[in-house]
Design a protein around this ligand. Sequence first.
Ligand SMILES: *[C@@H]1O[C@H](CO)[C@@H](O)[C@H](O)[C@H]1NC(C)=O
Ligand SMILES: *[C@@H]1O[C@H](CO)[C@@H](O)[C@H](O)[C@H]1NC(C)=O
Length: 360
Amino acid sequence: MAQLLPILAGTQRCCSLRRVTFLLLIALALAFFGYCYQKPRAQKLENIQAGASVAVRERHDLQDVNLPRMVYPQPQVLALPREDVLLVTPWLAPIIWEGTFNIDILNEWFRLQNTTIGLTVFAVKKNIIYLKQLLETAERHFMVGYKVNYYIFTDRPDHVPRIPLQNGRQMVILKVQSYSSWRDIFLHRMEVISNFSEQRFHREVDYLVCADGKMKFTEHVGVEILASLFGTLHPGFYGLSRNNFPYERRPQSQAQIPEDEGDFYYTGALFGGSVPEVHRLTKACYQAMMVDKNSDIDAVWLEESHLNKYLLYHKPSKVLSPEYMWNKQLLGYWGAEQVNRLLRIVTRIRLNVLGNSFQE
Ligand SMILES: *[C@@H]1O[C@H](CO)[C@@H](O)[C@H](O)[C@H]1NC(C)=O
Ligand SMILES: *[C@@H]1O[C@H](CO)[C@@H](O)[C@H](O)[C@H]1NC(C)=O
């Protein structure tokens, strides 16, 4: 009996050890599943907190999309699609150049998700005359085959041209106040996009593309640009060192970027992303511009300066190459050498900005 006791105690110890291990394993498994379950919810919560009441309509996790069988050229691990340009940022966001993507794969992907895209355009004052050309060329080149809402912000709704649209595409005319100065127009552009993202866009579209009113599409612009947040390299500054970028440098402005910081110079004429991300961006820029306004300072390139500041600290998940932002007039200002250098790397001009936004 006395001998049995230690044996029993031994088995008990052994059993309790096994039990502890078992419990530990269960705890680990629970922790793991809890983590998997919590993670998307935590992200959702973060999005909701960031975007106030913006509902999460985006579906950026493409894993659950089942692609059909497709035949296309094999991606080559040992050959770069382009050797003359940067293809990915140091934070691993792709830079979108001709020759680096297969649009058929991307189309399968985005079509399976029934992606709907909103294009916001400001056509205020006399810039309304550019709208017809923009819409007509968008019908030929912009997100062809997708559901598209054109959100036209204008102070002259009666002047909006009625042009025939493809199936699944519609025009939504949104009246905005007419401000006398361009400063106020740019300031309120950010505010208006932010307000509408929160109030309506999140119910209607998955992605927003925010474009300047004075431009036309000259080539395909499709789902290759879509990402939770994207910016576009300004064609006039893509090759310069950061201290030569026309960032706002004065510390009094909210848009200030010190000389030793900065990735790229992004254009204010084309940016976008998922609705919650565009809401965050436009709200932050609007608030920063209001602070500047109250301290009686205008950033050197107004909302473009604030956009550059925002994208420095909120890295975009895709960057569009200057193919997406050609501007003949501005390039003329930089001279033939710059234009020729750019023409060597830009094999497609997809979007052409017509002049400078500030002119009346
Ligand atoms: C896309 O739309 C089709 C037809 O309306 C529907 O069957 C499908 O479930 C939708 N897919 C997604 C991911 O919402
Ligand atoms: C944007 O929304 C805020 C808060 O609802 C409102 O005060 C402001 O007037 C709105 N701005 C514009 C330009 O619609």
